[in-house]
Structures are given as C-alpha cells and as structure tokens.
Design a protein around this ligand. Structure first.
Ligand SMILES: Cc1ncc(COP(=O)(O)O)c(C=O)c1O
Length: 369
C-alpha cells in the first residue's frame, strides 16, 4: 500500500515537540498520566511473548458490564488506531465500497483511501448541529457496500449519536448485511455515553475504543476492538499476528492494573475537563466572532469563524502559534476549511486553557482584514 502521512499526525504536537507549545488546545484527550501516579506492581512481570488476543483478565474487565459479551469477543490492539487499521484492512478491498462520516479522525478515512476502495462520504453540517441522519447512510448503500463507518462520540465535533439513531443504523446494516464499525474511542470521557458498548447490540457491529482519550494514557498504545462475529474475529486476529504477533506485555500489564482502578482516576479527570468546558462556554458567549455547536461527548469542540468575518486565516494560525505559542486543531486536519478549528478542553489546566482562549481572541483581532 502506498502510505502517505496524514496532516493530523505530521503536524501533531508530539511531532512539533510539546515544549514548543505553551498553550496546547489542540489535544483531543485528557491530561497524560505519569507512571508514578499509577502505583504499579511490575517486578514479577515476565517480558515474554503473550497471548495474541491480549491479557484475558483485561479483556474480561472491558466487557464486564455487557451480559452478552465475553472475553472472546475482545481483541486488544495497538491503540484504537491499530484496531481501525486491522478492521479496515481486513474488510475492504479495491472492489468494495465504504460509507464513512466526514469530518472524522483521519485514520477512519485515510486507511480505506489507501486501500483503494470506493468511498461515499456522509458530510456532517454545522447548520444541522453536526447530526448524522441514518437515512443518508441508507441512501448511500451500493451493491458492493462492505462497511459503514461512524464515530460516536464524534471527533472533531463532540456530537453524540442517540441510542435511537444507533439502533436505526444497526437496523440498516443488518437489513443490507453490511458490517458497521462504530469508533467509540471517546465513550468514557466526561459526558458519558448513555448506552452500552454498541457491539452488544448486533453481530454486525464492530466497535473500537482505547485508554488514550478518556484516561490520558495514549503513550501506552492500548486499545481494542469488540465483535460477536467469530469468523471476522479470526481474520482480525490473523491481521494482528501479521502486524505485531501480540501487544507489548508491559503495556497490557500497566493497562490491566490501571483498569482495575480507573473509576478512581476518572473522578478527578472529569471534574477538570468539566471546569474547562464551562470556561469554554463563557468564552464562546463573549467571543462573538466565533460560533460552535456545544459538544455532547468527548473533550473537543469544533468551532468556526462566523461566515461574514473578514479574516486572514493563514495570518491567524501563524500569529497563534508563533506569537502566542498557542495551538488548536486546524480544519484541514479533518478535511474541512481552516476557518473551523478544534479546541480541546481536556488536556490543560484551567489557567492555561483560559489564557489559550484569550490568545485565540487576540490572534483573531490582529488578523482581521
Ligand atoms: C475517533 C478516534 N479514534 C481513534 C483514535 C486513535 O486513538 P488511539 O490513541 O487509541 O490509537 C483517535 C485519536 O485521535 C480518535 O480521535
């Protein structure tokens, strides 16, 4: 496959260097956790090859609240990104058709594009509060449609698909015998998703999540996919074995010990994110040159300049970064115009976040034509 780097990764804060960004509002996760905060017992851990599906105790914990799922339905992967790669590359060929939502986390679009399958995009609209209309998915189905790919809670908009809509999309997928990928990487973030892991609902659903976004452990690279379909699970396992045999024994053990206590961490993490969310709402009320649909999930808000704002967008981003040392996620990371920007409110403390928002206002002021 002819891989091409994605702007969201090429321009990511970790590639630019965290120390070069003082006000980092570009992140889509909560604050990263340090090893020392985790109180881990690792001395007895043997650094051997481990079971290819992943640590059974962790897989069991991930689905412990889902009565019709068990550890055999879970495959641990190298982050949610690893799961998305395995699913897309296992299910799609050049002869297949995919229906995918846009904007989206780039991997959900770029992996299928690299595979070379044909793609129908369901373009979400600001004016429709970024809502996904299940009927648009049904209308896009073709005889060779193999996969429908949606993300909820959604990145970059924070839109949450309601349970009723999820059920309707599952009905459509089942009726047409199409797999449905639901990227749920943000389901445990501060707003909570008010329905169970969606793979509980149907054999057609494959869902994906990880410890990166809601818990601040992206450096672990620990994610998973869940499906009730044993046949495709076998294929996903084959793909994983070809890529990496198994995950790292160390990552899985750290993830397991963290998972046992994750609720304890979640309280502080979520309080902090909600405090920043209130600051964001206050700022949006004052900053009349911007508009946004408030998120219902995740820790990001996809805001934009008002349409009639006469602004030099390139100058805005240049000033924001170079003069104000502030970073947001520009629209082009999501195949959208740069008049849109993703503001992450989960990663920084409140003082940094507030100053970052003020810096956005200052950069707008200085970029008006
Ligand atoms: C919707 C979505 N899915 C998956 C990922 C990948 O996350 P991970 O760190 O678990 O690989 C991201 C990262 O930004 C994301 O936004």
């Amino acid at each position: 496959m002819l891989y091409k780097r994605m702007p969201i990764e090429k321009e990511s804060p970790e590639e630019i260097g965290y120390s070069n960004i003082r006000y980092n509002l570009s992140e889509s996760s909560v604050t990263d956790i340090k090893m020392g905060e985790l109180n881990l017992q690792l001395n007895d851990l043997k650094l051997e090859y481990i079971g290819h599906r992943g640590k059974p105790e962790l897989r069991r914990l991930i689905v412990k609240d889902c009565c019709n799922l068990n550890k055999e339905n879970v495959l641990l992967t190298n982050g949610a990104a690893g799961a998305l790669f395995i699913i897309n590359s296992s299910l799609l060929t050049v002869n297949d058709h995919l229906i995918v939502v846009r904007p989206n986390y780039a991997t959900n679009i770029e992996v299928p594009r690299t595979i070379g399958c044909s793609i129908s995009f369901i373009d979400l609209q600001f004016e429709e509060a970024w809502k996904l209309d299940p009927q648009k998915i049904e209308a896009a189905i073709q005889p060779n449609t193999k996969l429908i790919s949606i993300t909820s809670p959604h990145n970059p908009t924070g839109m949450l698909i309601s349970e009723e809509e999820i059920n309707e999309i599952i009905r459509i997928a089942e009726l047409h015998n199409i797999y449905l990928l639901i990227d749920e990487t943000y389901r445990d973030t501060c707003f909570k998703t008010p329905y169970p892991i969606t793979a509980t609902k149907s054999k057609k659903v494959i869902c994906v999540s990880s410890l990166s976004k809601a818990y601040g452990l992206p450096g672990l690279r620990m994610g998973w996919l869940i499906t009730q379909d044993e046949t495709i699970m076998e294929r996903f396992l084959a793909a994983k074995e070809m890529i990496c045999i198994s995950n790292s024994a160390l990552d899985e053990e750290v993830a397991y010990q963290f998972y046992l206590e994750k609720e304890k961490f979640a309280i502080t993490i979520n309080q902090k994110a909600m405090m920043n969310f209130h600051l964001l709402k206050e700022w949006l009320q004052k900053e009349t040159r911007m508009e946004a649909v408030l998120p219902q999930g995740g820790v990001v808000c996809f805001s934009r300049f008002k349409e009639d704002l006469n602004i030099d967008t390139a100058k805005f981003y240049s000033l924001l970064m170079n003069k104000y040392q502030t970073m947001v996620g520009p629209g082009h990371w999501f195949e959208m115009p740069d008049s849109c920007m993703r503001i992450g409110f989960g990663w920084t403390d409140d003082l940094v976040f507030k100053k970052g928002l003020e810096n956005i206002s200052a950069a707008i002021e200085e970029s008006l034509k």
